[in-house]
Design a protein around this ligand. Structure first.
Ligand SMILES: CC(C)(COP(=O)(O)OP(=O)(O)OC[C@H]1O[C@@H](n2cnc3c(N)ncnc32)[C@H](O)[C@@H]1OP(=O)(O)O)[C@@H](O)C(=O)NCCC(=O)NCCS
Length: 178
């Protein structure tokens, strides 16, 4: 049973230090688990603060949507939708940074965030979603179950904390027939 409230971050509420701290704590928890989510473990709080300030500025600029999953005690998960903004790409967006606190995984929050981000994409006319995920990580199978199509893999795509380069899997999903 999912008992979280999923909503889109309000672009006007970004100077809230509690929110920034909760987003950084979520990111720290994911990288501590060796997830491939942009930043490297151990999370540098200055790098993470700059990362989230940049992304929140993109939300304000209308180029990104961030959905958060909260319960009564706080932030439990989040996912980003990066909106393509070239003239020929207004139907497309990239799903990024799906993260759920380790303590709250396996309860359907990740799946609920994915379904919510798809609904949000549809509302915004974004009918093609693309994403990439480290090949062989559990989310790859999760995305396949959710209907994403596996395009292929790119070797040496992103770096792991130990310095090795890993392979990523590129996926997409058409939400509505074009
Ligand atoms: C991917 C992630 C967001 C899934 O979140 P979640 O809330 O556990 O997702 P769900 O409960 O909806 O379960 C989805 C799948 O995760 C797996 N899962 C289940 N329990 C789990 C647990 N305790 N821990 C990890 N994965 C679990 C299962 O394969 C499940 O599939 P199912 O539908 O067949 O049960 C979460 O594991 C995470 O934050 N991982 C680290 C960050 C990451 O790698 N993100 C992807 C970047 S592309």
């Amino acid at each position: 049973v999912i008992s979280v409230d999923i909503r889109s971050l309000d672009p006007t509420s970004h100077d809230n230090p509690d929110l920034l701290g909760a987003l950084i704590a979520l990111h720290a928890d994911a990288v501590a688990d060796r997830a491939s989510v942009g930043l490297l473990a151990p999370l540098d709080v200055y790098v993470a603060t700059a990362y989230w300030r940049d992304r929140l500025a993109e939300v304000r600029a209308g180029r990104r949507v961030i959905l958060t999953a909260r319960d009564a005690s706080g932030l439990r998960g989040a996912v980003h939708l990066a909106l393509a903004y070239d003239q020929n790409s207004a139907h497309r967006a990239e799903v990024q940074r799906l993260m759920v606190l380790r303590s709250h995984r396996g309860r359907g929050i990740g799946t609920a965030l994915m379904r919510s981000v798809e609904a949000e994409a549809m509302v915004r006319g974004r009918t093609l979603l693309v994403l990439n995920t480290r090949t062989g990580d559990p989310p790859e199978a999760m995305y396949l179950r959710l209907g994403y199509v596996r395009v292929g893999t790119i070797p040496s795509f992103a770096r792991d904390p130990d310095g090795t380069l890993n392979t990523t899997t590129i996926m997409y999903r058409h939400l509505a027939p074009e």
